[in-house]
Design a protein around this ligand. Structure first.
Ligand SMILES: [Zn+2]
Ligand SMILES: [Zn+2]
Ligand SMILES: [Zn+2]
Length: 369
C-alpha cells in the first residue's frame, strides 16, 4: 500500500497564495521573456504556481498541482515532472535535495532519508504511472477531457456520457480513503464498465486509474484481456511459469482489465487462472476496474438505440452474454463486488470520427468536378 507523503490541497493552496503575494511585490520580470503561446494556454488556478516562478520557462503540465506531464521521446512517451512546476527546486524543507531529515529515537541521531521529502511526491507518482503500462492512446486520459464532439447536438447523449464519467469519478473518490490507508476497503471494490465498442469505457477506466495513482500514490497496472490470454498461452508452450505474469497483476493496488471476455480461452485452465486472479483480488480487497462489450443476460443491446439498423455481423457481444463468455463463477464474483456503469446507447466515438472523415474526404474529392 502506498504511504508516500501527500502534497495535500491545503499545502498547495498555501504555496499558491505565497507565490501570488511574492508576485504582487516583485516587478514584472518574467513577462518580456515569456513565449507568446503562453497567452492562449488555458490557465486555471493550479498552474499559477509555475507562472509565478522566476525561472521563466513554460509550463508543460498545464493543470496538475503535482506537475506530472507526458513527455514524448521519439516514438515513445513517459510521464515526467514538468521542469517549471517541479516543487523540489523551490522546496524549503529540503533546500532542493529531496532528502528528509528525521530524528532516530534508537540511535539518538538525525537521519537522512534520500528522496523522502514530500516535494518528491509528484516524481514518485509519475514513476508509478510509467509502471502502469497504459497503452499509448490512453496515456492522456483524464476526467476533465470528455470528448463530446461526436455526440452532435444531442443533449441526452452528452448528459449520459457525463453521467458515466461522474459515476466512474464517484467510484474512484470512494476508493481514496482506502488506498491512502485511512479506511477499510469499500463495499464494492470492482468497477465494471459495460457497453459497445468505442463508447469511451477504456478511456474512462484509464482516467480513473491515472487519477487514483496521482491522488494516492498507489501502484497500478493495465492489462488487455486478449493479450493476457496470449501471454498465458505462451508461458504454457514454453513450459515456463505463468506466475511471472500473474503476480504483478494480483499485487497491483489498482488493476484495469480491458475488454473482458474478448477472445476465448482455448483451454479451461486459462480461464481458471483468470478466475483465480479475480478471486485473489476480491479476497485481498484490491480495487479492480473491468471493461467489457458483453452484457449481463438480463440486459440486451438495442441496435436501433445504438445507431445501427440491425445487429451488426461478426460482433458476438450482441448474441452472447458476459457469463457465457467468462463462465458463471467469474461472472457471479463480478456481480457481487461491482459498481456497474453502462455506456449502452452511446454512439461509438471511433465510428463517428471515421464517418466524419469519410464525409470530409468525399466533399473534398467531389469539389473539383
Ligand atoms: Zn507545469
Ligand atoms: Zn523537499
Ligand atoms: Zn490531483
Amino acid at each position: 500500500m502506498a504511504n508516500t507523503p501527500t502534497l495535500n490541497l491545503e499545502a498547495a493552496f498555501a504555496q499558491m497564495e505565497k507565490l501570488a503575494r511574492n508576485r504582487e511585490h516583485s516587478t514584472d520580470r518574467s513577462s518580456p521573456g515569456m513565449p507568446s503561446q503562453a497567452s492562449h494556454v488555458q490557465r486555471n488556478f493550479a498552474n499559477q504556481i509555475p507562472s509565478a516562478n522566476d525561472d521563466g520557462g513554460q509550463c508543460l503540465c498545464g493543470h496538475h498541482h503535482l506537475g506530472i506531464y507526458l513527455r514524448t521521446l521519439g516514438n515513445r512517451s513517459e510521464y515526467s515532472i514538468c521542469p517549471v512546476c517541479d516543487p523540489q527546486a523551490r522546496c524549503e524543507d529540503c533546500q532542493g535535495t529531496g532528502q528528509l531529515r528525521s530524528f532516530n529515537l534508537l540511535t539518538l541521531r538525525d537521519e537522512i532519508i534520500p528522496g523522502a521529502c514530500s516535494c518528491r511526491t509528484g516524481r514518485k507518482r509519475a514513476d508509478l504511472l510509467n509502471r502502469a503500462q497504459l497503452p499509448r492512446r490512453y496515456q492522456l486520459a483524464s476526467f476533465e477531457k470528455l470528448r463530446i464532439e461526436h455526440l452532435g447536438q444531442n443533449q441526452n447523449l452528452v448528459t449520459k456520457l457525463s453521467d458515466c464519467r461522474d459515476r466512474v469519478m464517484g467510484f474512484c473518490e470512494s476508493a481514496v480513503p482506502f488506498l491512502s490507508g485511512h479506511e477499510a476497503a469499500p463495499d464494492k471494490i470492482f468497477l465494471t464498465l459495460l457497453g459497445p465498442v468505442g463508447t469511451g469505457k477504456t478511456l474512462m477506466g484509464c482516467a480513473g486509474l491515472k487519477w487514483l495513482v496521482e491522488e494516492t500514490g498507489c501502484s497500478a497496472r493495465f492489462v488487455d484481456f486478449l493479450f493476457l490470454l496470449g501471454q498465458l498461452r505462451e508461458t504454457y508452450s514454453q513450459n515456463s511459469s505463468e506466475e511471472k505474469i500473474l503476480k504483478p497483476l494480483r499485487d497491483a493496488d489498482v488493476l484495469l482489465i480491458d475488454e473482458l471476455g474478448k477472445g476465448r480461452a482455448e483451454k479451461a485452465w486459462q480461464m481458471e487462472k483468470l478466475d483465480d486472479l479475480l478471486n485473489s483480488r476480491y479476497n485481498e480487497g484490491r480495487i479492480t476496474i473491468l471493461t467489457t462489450n458483453y452484457l449481463p443476460p438480463e440486459a440486451a443491446y438495442d441496435p436501433v438505440r445504438a445507431g445501427f439498423r440491425s445487429a451488426p455481423a461478426n460482433e458476438s457481444f450482441w448474441e452472447q452474454s458476459l457469463p457465457e463468455r467468462i463462465g458463471a463463477r467469474m461472472y457471479d464474483r463480478i456481480v457481487e463486488s461491482s459498481v456497474f456503469v453502462d455506456f449502452i446507447g452511446l454512439p461509438s466515438f471511433r465510428r463517428a470520427t471515421a464517418e466524419a472523415f469519410l464525409q470530409r474526404h468525399k466533399a473534398e474529392t467531389t469539389k473539383g468536378f
